[in-house]
Design a protein around this ligand. Structure first.
Ligand SMILES: [Mg+2]
Length: 383
């Protein structure tokens, strides 16, 4: 099997409603799709959808890196997975989203060629059998306490038992009231986690906010302080009555190793899209577990292809998993593929070989920005 053609298609996916985080208000997600084609006609898909504020590459850099990685793969056998992914780390060390797309496309090809769903392929390589069901959390969207409480009621009616609320945004003074309204609406049995996205400037401000939120019985608070300040995260964790999750801090460079060495988190949030792909995320999961941390797998609020890769990883990983942040597809008003049940309280990995997400040209055309770039033709000549 040989990769004979690579294509990069930039896209824009509008959100159904603006999403406010400490990084600002999100209206749409921009990214690029990588399509690798083999001489036998298999298509391997990967998606790079960087997000501002996560210490990731820009979308322009992601596209440039995808072009480099796509060209690099021409003529290669995807079964040489480790050398290919090692080479990608070498040629695009600064572009984790592009590397994640490349990693996804290669994994998609290899698992298709072995007629295995990607989740089963990954699980087999971890010496286990894939889970068939992964519980997910609902990300609540709403500006006011009342809007959040109704979003929470709707989510619980749809079967969710774990809810997530973005905090530390422009209206952070109202966070205790917003979180309290949700707790009041859903009662004590539903888990609630909050995500500050690094929005509290230092550990004192974070601890003050945490004290105000603590009465609402939270599962964890994610990234209370900026990603670069791991000592501050460790200080917060040592004094916080609420468990601490590291997200952005575990993404940037050698961040995860420092988070674990400094005992700065109880939980580590694993986003394959931001960590450089499935292989890197599975390694990060093993490191975090070995250090005694819990792990949770989430999307980067990305399109259907990267979400399918994250779901396959969650299905394959050993050990207990809390509700994962994989039900984010419903936030998008347009997507890269049809994704039935993408916002359900429990998801099953696709049963078809590979990622299980076929290339949907009609949908892709609707969200594509331009015609995309073919990096090589069928005869293997670079374009
Ligand atoms: Mg987060």
């Amino acid at each position: 099997m040989k990769i004979v053609r690579a294509r990069v298609v930039p896209f824009a996916l509008p959100l159904r409603a603006p999403l406010a985080t400490a990084h600002g208000v999100l209206h749409e997600r921009h990214g690029a799709l990588l399509v690798l084609e083999t001489d036998g006609g298999l298509l391997g898909l990967g998606e790079a959808t960087p997000i501002a504020g996560f210490g990731l590459e820009t979308r322009a850099r992601a596209q440039e890196a995808l072009a480099t990685l796509g060209k690099q793969a021409l003529g290669c056998d995807p079964h040489r997975l480790d050398p290919l992914l090692d080479a990608a780390e070498h040629s695009a060390p600064d572009a984790p989203c592009a590397r994640a797309a490349f990693d996804s496309a290669i994994h998609d090809l290899v698992s298709q060629s072995e007629s295995l769903p990607l989740a089963s392929w990954l699980a087999r390589h971890l010496g286990r059998v894939a889970r068939t069901r992964i519980e997910t959390n609902a990300l609540l969207v709403g500006a006011t306490p009342r809007e959040l409480a109704s979003a929470a009621e709707r989510a619980v009616a749809r079967g969710f038992r774990s809810l997530k609320i973005k905090i530390a945004g422009a209206a952070h003074a109202a966070d205790p009231e917003r979180v309290g309204a949700v707790r009041c609406a859903v009662g004590p049995a539903v888990r609630i986690r909050v995500d500050a996205n690094g929005g509290f400037a230092n550990s004192n401000l974070a601890l003050r906010a945490i004290d105000a939120l603590a009465p609402h019985d939270l599962e964890w608070i994610e990234q209370p302080v900026p990603a670069s300040d791991i000592p501050a995260l460790a200080r917060v964790r040592s004094r916080s009555p609420i468990p601490i999750a590291a997200d952005e801090a575990a993404v940037a460079g050698a961040g995860l190793a420092r988070v674990l060495a400094d005992r700065a988190a109880d939980w580590v949030v694993l986003k394959p899209s931001a960590l450089g792909g499935l292989r890197a995320a599975a390694r990060a999961a093993a490191q975090a577990r070995a250090a005694g941390c819990g792990i949770v797998v989430t999307t980067l609020l990305d399109g259907a292809i990267a979400r399918a890769a994250a779901l396959a990883l969650a299905a394959a990983l050993p050990g207990p998993l809390p509700a994962c942040g994989l039900a984010t597809g419903a936030l998008l008003a347009a997507d890269l593929a049809a994704a039935e049940r993408h916002d359900a309280a429990a998801l099953a990995p696709a049963p078809a070989p590979g990622l299980g997400v076929p290339l949907d040209s009609a949908r892709l055309e609707r969200v594509a920005e331009g015609r995309g770039r073919v990096l090589a033709h069928r005869d293997g000549q670079a374009a």
